[in-house]
Design a binder for this molecule. Structure first.
Ligand code: UDP
Length: 311
């Protein structure tokens, strides 16, 4: 049976967006990808360009969005999501999180479409509660260098709930924890892409600070399954998606060296300002409401990602 639901996805040529476009086309959705390629790549969607179910619009979603015809879902994924990117482009980061979300919500309202906001574990800031549950309000420095990202996503959540309450839009909010896998940008500055590319090139792995800070790393295929379930669910409250396995940055560095069979050294660099000390999702909500939990262990996911970057 053909599905034929029409999905607009902002930031659809980025790492998560492009993986989701591919999944949605596989499920027979018609996908309209809107992207300005600021931190994404045409390469990520080039396999889809010839598919009749896929359409690409080059546009900055911080400007008004016009789409002709029916739309059933608006997935607002566009963002500068790597700390290195949002430190370099704080104003664009604030704009896409605020103005971009407003425009995407306006489109969903106009089309009577389901709306999904791609939010982040960064709304919890440097968390005082561990692991992080959706009910935790967070510990964010609004005037620090990460504030542009964290506060724009917190604003994005607030305006999404306001549209839900005032305009009765069927909105969903996902808080995505660190995710990795194929189609990450090699030079996006994040820890997994940095370590893998450094290890492959036999260059030193750059550990920031002591390396005792923790993160929880989710493989992209697991995340996409969770996103797919959430967009079709009846849930309106925020949902954490991530892998609850928690590792120090140093453990990650050693694992990457082993799996890439690399002789690289580890060097220490300054810890960036406001770098969260610990992060792990509480996913009991997603388990219960979406019957979702991640299946791919870090070793397995890293091996697949190393193989992809080698190609
Ligand atoms: N990090 C690191 N070396 C790198 C890049 C990042 O040690 O080359 C650390 C960073 O300081 C943070 C963690 O790895 O503690 C995760 O950083 P990332 O930029 O991937 O994302 P974040 O979780 O901070 O948003």
């Amino acid at each position: 049976m053909r599905n034929k639901k029409i999905v607009v996805i902002t930031g659809g040529a980025g790492f998560i967006g492009a993986n989701l476009c591919q999944r949605l086309v596989n499920e027979d959705y018609h996908v309209i990808c809107v992207d300005n390629f600021m931190t994404s790549s045409l390469n990520n969607v080039k396999g889809l360009i010839k598919d009749k179910r896929f359409k690409l619009i080059e546009h900055n979603v911080s400007e008004h969005i016009t789409i002709r015809g029916e739309v059933n879902y608006v997935l607002h994924c566009a963002s500068l999501a790597s700390p290195a990117d949002y430190l370099n482009f704080p104003i664009q980061t604030l704009k896409v999180g605020s103005l971009g979300t407003h425009n995407a919500l306006g489109l969903a309202k106009d089309k009577k479409a389901v709306f999904l906001l791609f939010s982040t574990s960064e709304v919890y800031g440097d968390p005082m509660v561990h692991p992080q549950k959706e009910s935790y309000w967070g510990n964010v420095n609004p005037v620090g260098v990460r504030g542009c990202y964290d506060e724009s996503k917190r604003f994005a959540e607030a305006i999404t709930m306001a549209y839900h309450r005032m305009h009765k839009i069927d909105t969903k909010i996902v808080r995505i924890f660190n995710t990795y896998g194929p189609m990450m940008r090699a030079n996006d500055g994040r820890v997994v892409s940095n370590f893998i590319n450094q290890a492959i090139a036999n260059k030193p792995l750059t550990v920031y600070g002591s390396g005792n800070q923790t993160r929880s790393f989710c493989y992209i295929d697991d995340l996409i399954e969770g996103l797919y379930r959430l967009m079709r669910s009846s849930i309106n409250d925020p949902v954490n998606l991530g892998n609850p396995g928690e590792f120090t940055v140093m453990q990650l560095a050693k694992l990457v060296l082993k799996l890439a069979n690399s002789k690289s050294r580890i060097v220490f660099k300054a810890l960036p300002q406001d770098d969260p000390r610990q992060r792990r999702p509480d996913i009991s909500h997603a388990k219960k409401l979406l019957k979702w939990s991640p299946n791919i262990e870090l070793e397995d996911g890293l091996s697949r990602t190393i193989a992809w970057f080698k190609k």
